[in-house]
Ligand binder design. Structure first.
Ligand SMILES: *Cc1c(COP(=O)(O)O)cnc(C)c1O
Length: 369
């Protein structure tokens, strides 16, 4: 039986195995592991890739967002607008900075924040909006920035799922004042462990994030903030330097697989995601379908040997960790609807045509009754 995992790095890493080995050996030969030339090189490369002035490597995507908020002096008593439909890290970053996340329901077609619902959540405590390019689809940055401008709010991009995504032809990461990226292995650009970075055109934010991420130290043993330890190490930076030049090719392959899915999945019980287009590019970090009979579809695919995941089965406001927000069930109906119906199907560089066809055929053969 054909077994198709939800995600596999096998082909990706086999093709560049020699380069990864070489990167590892280089770091070991240099015997230098934190804040060396590999990290500096990656920061330069990734800033250039995003057409941003600055990139600061940090330990992971959650820290990237948290440190941006801290660098903006967002803190206890402040509110930050966050999409209700996102990975919990977006909200946790706000909480870790000491502020309160204010959740806004998504648009069911894009899964991204419903821009028309932002204004009603703005109060005199609101300081910023975090725009998430969920699943790899660009959020509506013009509209988000217009609301932010009207109320004098900062805009932060959570680009953890959107390395290389373009909005109106320009890569995400510089539409707001700063953006956080994650290099968790499963992201479109993944390290071989944890990693993240902050991208910005604002020198002050870049400098403050750098200091905060290194124990609040501006020079050795001199501490100006109560910082954290969150650094992108030399080994992960070296691997990322190898992988970055392939990112566009890997994203293009994801788009090709997505086009196959979009063209050939014809089961009327399945709602397909919106296609990537010139304004709102989609790099398919996940390819998420919706189905009324989601749980049945999930077990049906499992029996067929097809791996799936739910992004995400429980929305943030219904998580125990956020019971203190006191947002009752039913208050964010679109996020809740998505959590009940969404299912992500296999999507990774290296899927064979046979595997893609098998996923399509299996979905088309699924019967609701
Ligand atoms: C992965 C992810 C993060 C957090 O990144 P980590 O590197 O796992 O800390 C933040 N936001 C979104 C939308 C993510 O998908």
């Amino acid at each position: 039986m054909l077994k198709i995992p939800f995600v596999s790095f096998e082909k990706m890493h086999t093709e560049i195995r020699n380069e990864l080995d070489e990167a590892y050996n280089n770091v070991l030969n240099k015997n230098y592991y934190i804040h060396g030339s590999e990290c500096a090189e990656f920061e330069k490369n990734f800033a250039e890739y995003c057409t941003a002035k600055y990139c600061v490597g940090v330990g992971n995507g959650l820290d990237a967002l948290t440190l941006i908020l801290r660098a903006m002096n967002i803190r206890c008593g402040d509110e930050v607008i966050v999409p209700a439909n996102t990975y919990i890290a977006t909200a946790l970053a706000v909480s870790l900075a000491g502020a309160t996340p204010v959740l806004v329901d998504p648009d069911i077609r894009t899964f991204n924040i419903d821009v028309d619902k932002i204004e009603e959540k703005i109060t005199d405590r609101t300081k910023a909006i975090i725009a998430v390019h969920l699943q790899g689809r660009a959020a509506d940055m013009d509209s988000i920035c217009a609301v932010a401008k009207k109320y004098n709010l900062k805009v932060i991009e959570d680009a953890a799922q959107a390395h290389g995504t373009r909005y109106k032809g320009k890569k995400v990461g510089t539409f707001g004042q700063a953006a956080g990226f994650s290099f968790y292995p499963g992201k479109n650009l993944g390290a071989l462990g944890d990693g993240g970075c902050v991208v910005t055109n604002d020198e002050k934010i870049a400098e403050t994030v750098r200091i905060l991420s290194d124990y609040g130290s501006d020079y050795k043993y001199h501490h100006i903030f109560k910082g954290v330890n969150s650094r992108l190490d030399e080994l992960q930076s070296a691997f990322l330097n190898v992988k970055l030049p392939y990112l566009d090719k890997w994203n293009a392959e994801r788009q090709r697989i997505a086009d196959c899915y979009l063209q050939h999945i014809t089961n009327p019980a399945i709602v397909l995601p919106l296609q990537s287009d010139d304004e709102f590019e989609h790099i398919y970090h996940v390819f998420a379908i919706r189905c009324r009979q989601r749980d049945r579809l999930e077990s049906y695919l499992k029996e067929k040997g097809i791996g799936t995941l739910k992004h995400y089965p429980v929305p943030i406001h219904l998580q125990q960790a956020y019971a203190d927000l006191n947002i009752p069930k039913g208050s964010l109906p679109v996020a809740e609807e998505i959590s009940h119906t969404i299912l992500s199907i296999p999507m990774y560089y290296g899927m064979t045509d046979k595997e893609i066809d098998f996923v399509i055929q299996s979905l088309n053969d699924f019967s609701c009754e």
